[in-house]
Design a protein around this ligand. Structure first.
Ligand code: NDP
Ligand code: 2IT
Length: 450
């Protein structure tokens, strides 16, 4: 934090005092404050209404006990959360994360980021996030169902199609959304679009499953198009092997790029031949059906290497797509990437780049898109699912995909409009923060001090 201007460090100091022991939340706030505070110096109405400080305080936070019974008849307890951050431009919207690292700081950072991201989508979506420190890994389907039912029994009191609409995130995929939706419907006797990412047979939208990864690569393509370049033939490092990573890889392959890595919390796969469609199908089955470990990829494909302790950022690549989790790309790795000739980093995960690594990438003036811009395709398509549910119709795959592409294009344009410096370098972090901020801030001012 040493390079911050006095205004920024005073602001961050004040927020930090109110939120001790929340490093991830303060990391997200600091990144936003660095770009927004200089902007509001020139736009006094935002300063007078103290909008940024109001945006750093969640409208509401729920924390609750989630008791459940495991397969051995032991009574287990987890902690559930929902952070309702900002509803100025629409109902709270954002995913649920089930992972042992979940705590209030992590969910507040995610909810804070979500407010800006959802504003960028052009859709009327407020921001929220929730989840639990429950770990679905190694649990039976029956245990996951009992947990989801208990979690929803409490969460259902706080959400609704026009109040707060959760979705998936790490550890919450099609299986969990099904169990959560079933319990909500049972408790409320109401078939409603209260969750997104639903199965296609009960109100889900085509392309929602693919949307975050596809949207990420559409965004990277916009960046390429704006710079007379293309993804064709580019060697790409992707981290993670879950929902976002899988569909980023699918779209990279379609656009002629060569993804060479995937990872999970056990380590990293490097496949110098590139991951093709057949290998991707293997990954999908391994991770989504068998719930196995990514190391098994190297057992099947002998040219590939599995490295237990290294990240994908040590491989020589043209572009990096971090798609696993927060702070997975530290300064050391950022330097290695740039030294090896990497020309762009496109965040699929939320805040995967540490504060120091982010400063380094911006100093180096490589392409860098923050998650709140480049991974917004997921929540945008959730917004499209809400629209379809409200109209009680389903759009075709092509229609949803076209809208997703147009939304990613508009986010890119907004970042360029607000983020282009005098030397022509586009600071996508600044662009995304200011563009996301303005819409929410204007709505907050219009609605008074609430
Ligand atoms: P998944 O649960 O489908 O996959 C997560 C992947 O990241 C897995 O490969 C997992 O490995 C790995 N991972 C998770 N935590 C860690 C960790 N602490 N260290 C190393 N690897 C880890 O989640 P998603 O793909 O949905 O989410 C990935 C990222 O994208 C998250 O940051 C999420 O917030 C973000 N995101 C997701 C959206 C969505 O629509 N799903 C939308 C926008 C952003 P393992 O299997 O070993 O746990
Ligand atoms: O981080 C995210 O944007 C998500 N996990 C998706 C949220 C959503 O409501 O679809």
């Amino acid at each position: 934090m040493s390079n911050l201007s006095k205004d920024v460090s005073d602001f961050v100091g004040k927020i930090s005092k109110r939120n001790p022991h929340e490093p991830e939340f303060m990391q997200a706030v600091t990144e936003v404050a660095e770009t927004i505070i200089p902007f509001i110096e020139d736009h006094k109405k935002y300063k007078d209404a103290n909008v940024l400080e109001r945006m750093c305080e969640p409208e509401r936070v729920m924390m609750f006990r989630v008791p459940w019974v495991d397969d051995q008849n032991n009574v287990q307890v987890n902690r559930g959360f929902r952070v309702q951050m900002n509803s100025a431009i629409g109902p709270y919207k954002g995913g649920l994360r089930f992972h042992p690292t979940v705590n209030l700081s992590v969910l507040k950072f995610l909810a804070f980021e979500q407010v800006f991201k959802n504003s960028l989508t052009t859709l009327p979506l407020g921001g929220g996030k929730g989840g639990s420190d429950f770990d679905p890994k190694g649990k039976s389907d029956a245990e996951v169902m009992r947990f989801c039912q208990s979690f929803m029994t409490e969460l259902s009191k706080h959400i609704g199609g026009y109040t707060d609409v959760p979705a998936g995130d790490i550890g919450v995929g099609a299986r969990e959304i099904g169990f959560l939706f079933g319990q909500y419907k049972r408790l409320n006797n109401e078939f409603t679009g209260v969750l997104t990412g639903k199965g296609l047979s009960y109100g889900g939208s085509l392309i929602r499953t693919e949307a975050t990864g596809y949207g990420l690569v559409y965004f990277a393509k916009e960046v390429m198009d704006a710079n007379d370049d293309s993804l064709e033939g580019k060697v790409c490092a992707v981290s993670g092997s879950g929902n976002v990573a899988q569909y980023a890889i699918e779209k990279l392959i379609e656009f002629g790029a060569k993804p060479v890595t995937v990872s999970d919390s056990g380590g990293c796969i490097y496949d110098p031949d590139g991951i093709d469609t057949e290998k991707l199908e293997f990954i999908k089955e391994l991770k989504n059906e068998k719930r196995g470990r990514i190391s098994e990829y190297a057992d099947k494909y002998k040219a590939a290497e599995f490295h237990k302790d290294i990240t994908p950022w040590n491989i020589k690549v043209d572009f990096a797509f971090p798609c696993a989790t927060q702070n997975e790309l530290p300064l050391e790795d950022a330097k290695t990437l740039v030294k090896n000739g990497c020309k762009g980093v496109f965040e699929g995960a939320n805040m995967p780049t540490t504060e120091e690594a982010l400063s380094y990438f911006r100093e180096q003036k490589i392409f860098f898109s923050p998650g709140k811009a480049s991974n917004a395709g997921g929540v945008a398509t959730s917004g499209l699912e809400m629209s379809q549910n409200a109209q009680r119709i389903s759009w075709t795959r092509d229609e949803v995909d076209y809208r997703l592409k147009m939304i990613m294009r508009s986010i890119h344009k907004n970042c360029v409009d607000y983020g282009t410096g005098s030397d022509g370098y586009v600071d996508y972090v600044k662009g995304a923060n200011i563009a996301g901020f303005v819409k929410v801030a204007d709505a907050m001012i219009a609605q008074g001090v609430v």
